[in-house]
Design a protein around this ligand. Structure first.
Ligand SMILES: Cc1cc2nc3c(=O)[nH]c(=O)nc-3n(C[C@H](O)[C@H](O)[C@H](O)COP(=O)(O)O)c2cc1C
Length: 134
């Protein structure tokens, strides 16, 4: 079994409800492929953790990479694991606090945003972060 983690720039035309719909579909599809994981979203970036059998993970990642809903996909981790971290989720969306408001995010720096993103996940509770992205 393998774990794959990537970071990407979200297409700024996306809104939270379209992402929720995509995650719902992904969760169902992932379960049928024995893939589990989580998708972090903060209005600017995605960080996705995918875990499952390598034969299923690699083609899924290649497909996700080409999805026009994001760009600049950077693989951070690809490792063998003996246990899943998210056994109960096909895919679960977790919101983080946006670093910038909707008005300023067009001009937000998009490179090196990984640390800002992680930081934002510690700033607010889940519900507050999701509400801010709506
Ligand atoms: C950030 C992001 C994460 C995604 N995660 C998954 C996923 O975990 N599982 C999945 O099946 N599709 C995921 N997708 C969607 C796929 O790229 C693709 O649209 C989906 O697998 C359906 O492919 P199809 O339209 O060729 O059937 C993700 C897309 C994006 C933009």
């Amino acid at each position: 079994m393998h774990r794959l983690v990537y970071f990407s720039n979200a297409n700024l035309d996306l809104n939270l409800s379209s992402i929720e719909g995509m995650v719902e579909m992904s969760a169902e599809r992932n379960r049928s492929l024995h893939i589990s994981g989580t998708l972090l979203y903060n209005g600017l970036n995605f960080l996705q953790i995918l875990e499952g059998p390598r034969q299923a993970l690699t083609p899924l990642y290649l497909q996700i990479r080409t999805d026009s809903r994001h760009s600049g996909v950077v693989k951070l981790v690809h490792e063998r694991i003996s246990m899943r971290s998210y056994p109960e989720w096909g895919m679960k969306l977790v919101c983080g606090a946006p670093e910038y408001t909707a008005a300023t995010r067009e001009s937000a720096p998009r490179n090196g945003g990984l640390y800002a993103m992680v930081d934002g996940f510690f700033r607010f509770g889940q519900a507050a972060a999701c509400a801010e992205l709506r």
